[in-house]
Design a protein around this ligand. Structure first.
Ligand SMILES: Cc1ncc(C[n+]2csc(CCOP(=O)(O)OP(=O)(O)O)c2C)c(N)n1
Length: 284
């Protein structure tokens, strides 16, 4: 899928990265690694798949997104700001006193945030509960959830996995951001997940494993999930923590970093160059 739409989504993902680096850089620190790894899936959701209306954030007909790894809020705020839920300028208050943009997602503060998250392990259960409610109502809303790989060390994830398969919640599409790192090290060293996709399959989920920083692969996987009935969906995203941010990508200690003005400016210049190149390609 190398269509014009895919190019637009690639551009959107770069803009999400740009605004995330700007907001975190303005604050001077924050969760850069796990925000960057999900920029591509956010671009596909908010640029194409997720039914939403920025003017009515709680519109009953909307699809839901629960960002269970709530510390990656800055990437979701950048996405929502770019979609027009609120002025991007507001992200300059990120994590400051009285802000509507705390470091972790809060549904009572930020337009477009569907669940308050930050205590890992809870979001998938809530997403399945919402999906169950839509199923009982015969409603056609889809519930999306993004969980972390470190987060999969939580037992509650596996209770949720049982629940989703038992209730045949085909209206739930979850993504596991398999960036192989968590707060203070590699997931395999802290509590190894083994074959994550095989585990969800054995719990009865429809499961896919894809390059999670490849827009066209994400588009195709969501389409495939939507076509498969009778089971909840887990799309394991093989990603890089810090992806697309030169001071964070490939760095072990990139979970929450101090960010100097120089680091911010250098990273933003690189992302802006990528945006200009994509815009140039699209103009041809
Ligand atoms: C219940 C709970 N335990 C511990 C933490 C502290 N914590 C915050 S982020 C994090 C690592 C999460 O790793 P992962 O889910 O892989 O996120 P990513 O690497 O994608 O940012 C931990 C342990 C928490 N927020 N909630």
């Amino acid at each position: 899928m190398n269509s014009k739409k895919t190019r637009e989504l690639e551009l959107f993902a770069q803009r999400i990265r740009l605004e995330t680096v700007r907001a975190l850089g303005h604050l001077g620190f924050g969760h850069i690694g796990g925000s960057m790894s999900i920029a591509d899936v956010l671009a596909v959701l908010y640029g194409k798949e997720l039914r939403h209306d920025p003017k009515q954030p709680t519109w009953p007909g909307r699809d839901w997104l629960i960002l269970s790894k709530g510390h990656a809020g800055p990437a979701l705020y950048a996405t929502l700001g770019l979609r027009g839920f609120f002025p991007l300028e507001n992200l300059k208050t990120l994590n400051l006193p009285a802000t509507r943009f705390p470091s972790h997602c809060d549904r009572n503060l930020t337009p477009g945030i569907d669940m308050t998250t930050g205590s890992l392990g809870q979001g998938l259960s809530v997403a399945l509960g919402v999906a169950k409610a839509f199923q009982m109502d015969g409603a056609d809303n889809t519930v999306y959830a993004i969980i972390g790989d470190g987060e999969c060390d939580e037992g509650q994830i596996w209770e949720a996995a049982l629940f989703g398969a038992h209730h045949k919640l085909q209206n739930l599409i979850a993504f596991a951001d398999f960036n192989k790192q968590q707060l203070d090290g590699y997931v395999k060293d802290i509590l190894d997940l083994g074959d994550l996709a095989a585990k969800f399959s054995s719990f009865g989920w429809h499961t896919q494993e894809i390059d999670g920083n490849d827009i066209s692969a994400i588009e195709a996987a969501v389409q495939k999930a939507k076509a498969e009935t009778g089971r909840p969906h887990m799309i394991v995203l093989d990603t890089k923590k810090g992806r697309g941010c030169s001071f964070a990508e490939g760095v072990l200690n990139n979970h929450s970093m101090n960010i100097s003005q120089e680091m911010m400016n250098a990273s933003m210049a690189e992302i802006e160059a990528r945006i200009a190149a994509l815009e140039g390609e699209m103009a041809q």
